[in-house]
Ligand binder design. Structure first.
Ligand code: C5J
Length: 222
């Protein structure tokens, strides 16, 4: 059986069942003036992982494997935004407010878009999600079932919020999950480290973690 070098033990990869999920690599989380910055975060941490996310995406495309992108965003009338989410955190700009890149985290606004360097191909699926987890109130489950996907490699931001939430949702639905360590980031380095540790603890209780190079080497020979 093929394996990817991973922690806490090798990931038993089935290349014909594998997809990449790139979580929320949006301008609103990565650029000054966006939602992440309005919460007081240092967004330069997020832009630093772009080269690793890009080469992971390219590796999956070159191998002919599915790449799925997600975007955290809401309808312009905010009907899918619970007040509890909108009011949380006392940010300088709330979701739906007009900011320098358009309305914060609203579908179709410039700041909500995926970073241009990581833009989805027209043929790739983009899941718009109103929650932190990508399975909540989306078509992701149906998409994965239609494609026969059973294993998911995760990249994107932030490690301990939308990435970890989605990995836990996927794990509970029976998917084997592998987090690409250099292709995920948090505004808080200690939270990234803790998320990685808790994901792979207790015999991969949520999933595995691996280096981008080891994942790319495996899919190059798929
Ligand atoms: C957050 C995310 N952190 N994509 N969203 O609000 O992790």
């Amino acid at each position: 059986m093929a394996e990817i070098k991973a922690e806490p033990f090798p990931f038993p990869v089935k290349h014909d069942r594998l997809a990449l999920i790139v979580i929320d690599m949006q301008r609103d989380f990565a650029e000054p003036g966006g939602f992440g910055a309005s919460l007081g975060n240092d967004v330069s941490r997020i832009t630093r992982i772009v080269p690793d996310v890009k080469r992971l995406i390219q590796g999956f495309r070159d191998a002919g494997l599915p790449v799925i992108h997600t975007m955290e965003c809401h309808k312009p009338d905010l009907s899918d935004l619970p007040p509890a989410k909108r009011n949380r955190g006392n940010p300088a700009l709330r979701i739906g407010d007009e900011g320098p890149m358009g309305r914060i985290l609203i579908t179709g606004e410039p700041g909500t878009e995926i970073l241009p360097e990581l833009a989805p191909l027209k043929s790739e699926i983009v899941i718009e999600k109103p929650g932190k987890g990508a399975f909540y109130a989306t078509e992701l489950c149906d998409v994965l079932q239609q494609k026969g996907i059973k294993q998911l490699v995760f990249a994107g931001v932030t490690t301990e919020v939308c990435v970890q939430t989605t990995m836990r949702e996927a794990n509970d639905r029976g998917y084997e999950c592998l987090l690409a360590e250099e292709a995920t980031e948090s505004y808080f380095p200690e939270f990234k480290a803790a998320a990685i540790a808790m994901i792979r603890a207790q015999g991969a209780i949520v999933g595995w973690t691996a280096h981008v190079d080891d994942i790319l080497e495996s899919i190059a020979y798929a």
